[in-house]
Each structure stands twice: as C-alpha cells, then as structure tokens.
Design a binder for this molecule. Sequence first.
Ligand code: ATP
Length: 441
Amino acid sequence: MVKLHIGFDDTDSPKGGCTTYIAALLVEKLSLMGVSFMDYPNLIRLNPNVPWKTRGNGALCLRINCHEDTVDRIRETVVDAIEANAELSYSGTDPGTVFLFDNVPQEIKDFAKKAEQDIVKMEEALKLVKRFDAEAVGFKKGRGIIGGLAAIGEELNGDHTFELITYRTPENRGEPRRVQASSVKIMAANSSLTFSNIDPETGRILITPRGPDPILYGVRGENPEVVKQAHEIIRSDEPVERWVIFRTNQGTDAHLRKVSAVTEIQPYNPVVVQGVVSKEPRVIQGGHVIFSIQDTSGEVDCAAYEPTGNLSKISRKLNSGDVVKASGGVRPASSNYQLTINLEKIMILEVVPRISFVNPFCPECGKRMKSMGKNQGFRCEKCGFRSSQLKKVQVEEEQELKRGLYITTPRSQRHLTKPHCRYGREKKGAPKEVIKNWHSP
Ligand code: ATP
C-alpha cells in the first residue's frame, strides 16, 4: 500500500464550476476504485487577498491509501476529472494538480503556511515538486499547482473545522436556490456547534452561496457528526445530487499573521498589528470608516467598510490615543489611498478618557451657568451672579467604547475569519479516522 496526497486547484471561473465539486466527484470515483481515505477531503483556504482568486481561494487535497498498481489509474482519473469539469475556456482558469507520496515534508508544510498568509511564486512550488519527487500536472498556465501543493502541505494538524457541502443537479444550476429558510433557522437554533448559518444583523441565510456554482448549501461546524445532523434538518425543494464532508481551515484565522511593526506590513498580506489611533475616524461616501494607527515605525490606514456592520459602527467611536490591534488584509497604496488594512477584526486594548469642556457651576447657588459669549465670562440665570474669571471645566464623559474584540458581521466574514462563537473551541490534531457515511454517493 502507498500513501498518496492529491492536491488540486484553480478549476472554476466566475461563470461556474467549483473545485470542491471536482473533489466530490473524485471521492465517488476513487471510492469505487477501492482506495481508502486517510482523512476527509481537505478544503484549504489560501490567502484571501491574492488578487487573481476567483472567489474564496480554496484549494483541495485528497489523502488516500491505495495499492501501488492502482496509482496510474488514480492519476489518470484525477487528471480526467479536472479536464472534464474545469472551466478551461475561461482565460483566468489555470488548473493544476500535484501528487505526493508518503509523508508531507516540512518544506511543503512551510510553503502551505506561506500560501495562506502571503504571496508565493510558481517557481517555489515547482522547485519543491522536483525536490520531493512529487508530480505536477498543469493545464494552460498551470497556476493551480501552487494551490494544489499548498493544500497538500496544510495537513490541518492545528485548529480546523468541518463543512458538509451539498451539490445541485445540473438542470438547477444557475437558478435561484430553493432551500427552505425556515428549516435553516430551525437547524441554526438546534445546532450550537455549527457556525455562520445566518447573519444576525440582516437575518440573511448564509449557507447558500449566490453564484452560478454547483453548491446548493454548505453547513459549517466543529465536528463531522454535527454538520451531518444539521444537514438532515435542512429542507430543500430541489434535489441534492451529492454531498461530502470536508475538513477545513475555515473559521480558524489561519491567514492572519502577527507583525511586530507597522513598517513590516506588505500589500496583499493579511496581518494583525498593534498601534495607537493617530488619525481619528472619518466617514467617507458609502458609510465606510477610515482611521489611521501608528507605532514607533510608521503609520497605516485602517478601513472598516459599511458591510462590516458592527465593526464600522465601533470604529467610528475611536479617538486619537486609543490602542488597538487591527486584523485584516492589506490593500496596496493607490493614487487616492495609502496602504490600508481592510479590517476584519479589531481588538480595542486601551481607551483614552473622553474629555469635554462644560460651563462651570455658579459659585453662589450651584446652578450650571450660561456663557455670555466668547471670552465674555459666565452668568447665572438663577441668581444673577456674573464672572469674567470663571473658565469652562473639563469633565470625563461616560465611556461609550468598550475594550474587547469586535469582528465583522458574519455576512461579510471571509471563509477564514474565526467567528466569535469559535473562540475557545480551537482543536489540535487530525481525527484518527473518518466517520461512516461521510459522503453520498
Ligand atoms: P477555485 O474554486 O477554482 O479554486 P478560487 O477562488 O479558489 O477558485 P482560484 O481560481 O483557485 O480561486 O484562483 C487562485 C489561484 O491563485 C490558484 O491558481 C492558486 O494556485 C493561486 N494561489 C492561491 N494562493 C496563492 C498565493 N498565496 N500566492 C500565489 N498564488 C496563489
């Protein structure tokens, strides 16, 4: 028996397709060939700020044990499935697949981490393929080899989650999805270990994507049993062609890398950086909020876009001097904007006292006095006392902004963003075995 990791990526286009669907087809085909799966198919989300991604920058890896004499047939099956199902006519679709035997070397694990948090080059991927005797097949520009290798390298030995994805039959693809919203609400209310089902601010159902891809819905959760139970509660008025449970880095913040200084921030990298608010929030057209933070090394803008909901509301309340930890993807500087962190999260660490100046109390009767005009002193309306010596007095306002972690509302969360409910639920280590019936057919 041999251990084989099969990674692949970049098969879809904005008009259709989905790399997870090819994985689902392969699960069926390879199962029929008698291979045994060492793990659920891994759905690995890579750097969400890569400019050439189609949607969620997802790459796939199947990890199997198989007889040596079936390897050629398996390879052929994978390449054929990609060729038959990838959106090859679309100019930006450049599929790639990688086959790696035995254990995953540390260098490929490091490559995967880099692909989650940074930009990697095709040459780096090809060098590793060669060095570790892996095999890579690319279609057109073959850029999917990058994602394929990265998916192999992310073995999900740290925190991970699960997603059960259901697929539509061909005649329904492109049509509105007919999933009963009421059943999703019942599911969400009864499945506390699932997440990102419904947006609390708008009530929008989040398990159904909106594009032309073949996914009907995906339920995310902490373990395979829970997503399966949730799936059994959901009712849809259209048939499900197939479903598969994936193990994934979604909802784990795997993309966020802590940088120790503002000047270390690079465009297209998702980062976490601490700084002091140096320019107070301003609201620009569309209700987006922009402010700046700085440390001893430099200054960077932070943007909380209107759809981030609560996050943009909280950001408006920041004052100069507040200390925050900002998390998000970095947009490069342009003619209109400087380098900007598009906020996914903000941790408010320190809030400076909010000071305002108010008219003094009357020293005779204790009533709040009235101003007689700029630099003209104050007059008491009650007892008539006047003074040109009295000054406005400082008062500390009641603090509206509370310290703590604020996360963009679920409807605008990235696949990788760890939602509030997952804090404290982090896992370590891969499951020892897969559950029975983790896919159909
Ligand atoms: P699909 O469902 O087809 O995978 P997607 O939204 O995941 O759609 P892709 O079409 O796969 O996006 O496009 C992402 C492309 O970028 C892939 O070719 C992948 O190999 C490559 N890629 C992913 N992450 C990185 C990275 N960090 N650096 C460089 N290239 C990357």
